[in-house]
Design a binder for this molecule. Structure first.
Ligand SMILES: [Zn+2]
Ligand SMILES: [Zn+2]
Length: 356
């Protein structure tokens, strides 16, 4: 893992904002209320539709009935059963195959964390055309809906966290926020609020729209064909092992690693930045999701490119973005200043001052 950045030093292409974070989610009075809007949103942002909307109120009366999506229930059950079976083929696989599976896991993870999440959902840094093309390709390898849809759902998640309009509302329990939300029809408020979001930046991105147009083909190739074909063709792994490990098991693991951010990191851990919100700092999720488990920080400062106070520490995705900046493929990384973070911790944190 890359070393922790020295105090006060940022790689080239970085800007430290003096942004003061958004106001508290429960509307509690405090100094943040007086913070100017541009400070609350972070400077020079292309969009701010990932900031919590305190004006939303859930509709009164009984909740709409759950409508099960049986196709997803059957497919997800088969996928997870096959993944369990795949675990038993690990001893018979070649070492090179296992290393390849790890590489594919990491690449598809970055397609979500560095791509769909930090670049396209939050615009926390800028990426050149070659990097965006690469991120879109490895995003298809992760097969978690196309970038446009992923980013729309994620902005709604931040804007309406833990309410009916949050696609994976964690107040409905661990199972719902982990996988259950994909097995039932969306709550009408998720659709209604999603349609009102500003997605103009995504529509203007030719890479995003191209991936959306050719999404099915790109998933077949990048998620289910290329990963198993490489070990079979280049070092003679059996196609059966190769498919089970590089496609089925790897895909199931990356799905669950991502879902843990929505479930575990919204339930278990400390809240050093804002004790009034559900998202938490969860070290287990940090590790599995390539640096995405500093979730109390991330919901407090969603525009920070590192999604963490601590830069590179346990944050593979930040290391990747730093490398891209070093290579001249990324720029304009937004980072909240240490003073602003400290002030916020003192004002609304739970006093833990820990990462988990
Ligand atoms: Zn986010
Ligand atoms: Zn979240």
């Amino acid at each position: 893992m890359p070393a922790h950045l020295p105090e006060g030093k940022l790689p080239s292409g970085f800007s430290t904002t003096t942004a003061f974070a958004r106001t508290t989610q429960n509307g509690e009075a405090g100094t943040a209320k007086a913070a100017p809007m541009q400070e609350a949103e972070g400077p020079e942002r292309e969009m701010t539709d990932d900031l919590f909307d305190e004006s939303y109120r859930e509709k009164e009366g009984p909740k709409p009935a759950k409508i099960y999506v049986w196709r997803n229930i059957i497919l997800m059950s088969l996928l997870h059963l096959s993944a369990v079976y795949a675990v038993f083929t690990i001893p018979s696989a070649k070492v090179l195959t296992l290393l390849w599976v790890l590489l594919c896991f990491t690449l598809s993870g970055l397609g979500i964390t560095a791509g769909a999440h930090r670049l396209w959902s939050h615009r926390s840094y800028k990426a050149s055309l070659p990097l965006r093309i690469f991120l879109a390709i490895i995003n298809s390898m992760a097969f978690q809906n196309d970038i446009y849809e992923w980013a729309r759902d994620h902005r709604v998640h931040h804007k309406f966290s833990e309410t009916d309009a949050d696609p994976h509302n964690a107040s409905r329990g661990f199972f719902f926020s982990h996988i259950g939300w994909l097995l039932v029809r969306k709550h009408p408020d998720v659709i209604e609020k999603g349609q009102l979001l500003d997605l103009s930046d995504l529509k203007a991105d030719k890479v995003v729209m191209f991936q959306r147009r050719h999404y099915k083909a790109s998933v077949v190739i990048m998620c289910f064909l290329v990963p198993p074909l490489v070990p079979w063709y280049f070092w003679g792994e059996s196609y059966f092992n190769s498919f089970l490990l590089a496609a089925i098991l790897r895909y199931t693991l990356i799905l669950n690693a991502t879902w843990l951010v929505n479930s575990a990191a919204h339930m278990y851990g400390y809240r050093p930045y804002d004790k009034t919100i559900n998202p938490r700092e969860n070290p287990f999720v940090v590790f599995g999701a390539l640096g995405e488990g500093f979730h109390n920080f991330h919901h407090t400062f969603p525009f920070d490119y590192s999604a963490s106070e601590f830069g590179l520490r346990w944050n593979f995705t930040t290391g990747f973005i730093n490398l891209m900046c070093y290579l001249g493929l990324a720029s304009d990384c937004k980072k909240v200043s240490k003073e602003v973070v400290l002030a916020r911790r003192i004002r609304t944190g739970d006093g833990s001052h820990k990462t988990g």
